[in-house]
Design a protein around this ligand. Structure first.
Ligand code: DX5
Ligand code: ZN
Length: 214
């Protein structure tokens, strides 16, 4: 599987968000990762559908909306209407029955559906939902903030997941090129990265390095 890089805008300069997105697009990004937080599911508040709608106007890249919110089902329609291409929901925030229903609905709308799990959540929690999702987003930090340290214990989770799942496996949190290599070797093919891209002075070189870790 080809490695895809998904810059997470959480570490971008929000006063020039449009320009930052254009910059990572020109630098070779494959997906724009948008972290939506509500101050309840995670201890931080970020952005809502209105921002996704604006981002939609400045890029053709797929927008992956990572919902770190309570009651995500209530808001998915808004994020789809705003122009999301991929919706990621946490297993800790939605029941399997609701996830299955949501999956069917998004499929009809042509939206890719992903399930995410926190570092402490075992793989067994998502096994019965794997047939209903296009990708899995494995959290390698506790969600809430960019700039945290990668939790190496998730590597074995990625390895096990790769042995039972054929879709894309994204890894999110604490990625740099050294760690990306380990994550890709374990079976990940989408690298979500905020600080390592937006804090670098050459987005193109950083994204190229991430794509070439294999
Ligand atoms: C964390 C978010 C991540 C975060 C990654 O809750 O889901 O997408 O922005 O940031 P870095 O790459 O700096 O760890
Ligand atoms: Zn994220």
């Amino acid at each position: 599987m080809k490695i895809k890089v998904a810059p997470s805008i959480l570490s971008a300069d929000f006063s020039s968000l449009g320009k930052e997105i254009k910059k990572v697009e020109l630098a070779g990004a494959d997906i724009i990762h948008i972290d939506v937080m509500d101050g309840h599911f995670v201890p931080n508040i970020t952005i809502g559908a209105v921002v996704v709608k604006s981002i939609r106007k400045v890029t053709k890249l797929p927008l992956d909306v990572h919902l770190m919110i309570e009651n995500p089902g209530k808001f998915i329609d808004d994020f789809v209407a705003a122009g999301s291409d991929m919706i990621t929901v946490h297993i800790e925030a939605m029941s399997s029955a609701k996830l299955k229903a949501q999956s069917a609905k998004l499929k009809k709308q042509g939206i890719k559906f992903g399930i995410s799990l926190n570092p402490a959540t075992p793989l067994s929690k998502i096994k019965n939902i794997l047939n209903f999702v296009d990708f899995v987003l494995v959290m390698s930090v506790n969600p809430g903030f960019s700039g945290q340290k990668f939790k190496f214990e998730v590597l074995s989770k990625i390895r096990e997941l790769r042995s039972i799942f054929n879709g894309d496996i994204a890894v999110d949190g604490g990625i740099n090129d050294e760690i990306a290599k380990k994550a890709v070797f374990a079976g990940a093919d989408i690298l979500v990265a905020a600080s390592c891209i937006f804090n670098s002075n050459d987005y193109k070189k950083t994204i190229r390095r991430l794509k070439n870790v294999r």
